[in-house]
Ligand binder design. Sequence first.
Ligand code: ZN
Length: 291
Amino acid sequence: MKQICPNCEKITDVQHIKTDEEITVKGERINVPVEYFKCMECGDEFDDPESKHDPLAFAYKEYRRRHGMMQPKEIRALRQRYGLTQKELCKLLGWGEITLSRYENGALQDDTHNTILQMIKDPRNLLGLVELQGDFLAEEKKNRLIGLLENAVEETHSFPSIYSEHFGKYGPDILSGFKELNVNKLFQAIIFFCVDGVLKTKLCKLLFYADFKHYRNNASSITGVRYVHLKPGPVPDRYGYYFATLENEEKAISVDEVNYGEYTGEMYHADIKPDLSPFSNFFKFRDKNIN
Ligand SMILES: [Zn+2]
């Protein structure tokens, strides 16, 4: 193999060497593949001028991967998704104006900055930031940005990601119809049964019948929620907590007190449309009857 040796300043016979090199990133040793030429005449080692391989970039990429950090491409994509310039996003975040340019071009982001970038991946956080710190943006740009973020919030807004930790998790067993609790399905089922207005006791029974009918026919429940037996009948375990969350946090359902002579009851109404996409035919079939 022949190459121009920069030391001999002429074309010489060279050896193409492929090996591993250890690079230390923040005290962590990372093996990086490297390639270079060795001149057979003078013994000088030199890089392939054609090669685009950057050992340090490789080491940073591996370091980020090991630590679940965002990669430069992801950072750029996140920013571009909302049509923000590097300077604009830096200003929103209160960072020096070349910080993002450095990160997007391969510099290793510091841990605090990485945490903040991870946080603004959630459009709700970025939206909050724009509302709080976005006054320097042109009115039109700010409004467009808020619109994009509001859409993104709607798209990514799913119940389980928010609530599965909140409510704790339990696995499939006899009490949950051999199914893991699926908070999204439970919430959508509750909203579904509230579409035409339903009394609280009936709502609990409908959930129970739906889950137990499905359990009888398919050997697993729909929502995976556990039921407990109260005097008026079976109710989902911690149903008050679920209903209150949908009412107060999600504004998905609302409650009115209704009077039947000497009796009063709590009437639940759906304020948003249930998302039936997670369900198989059971609910979709019923939905046709309602609409
Ligand atoms: Zn040489």
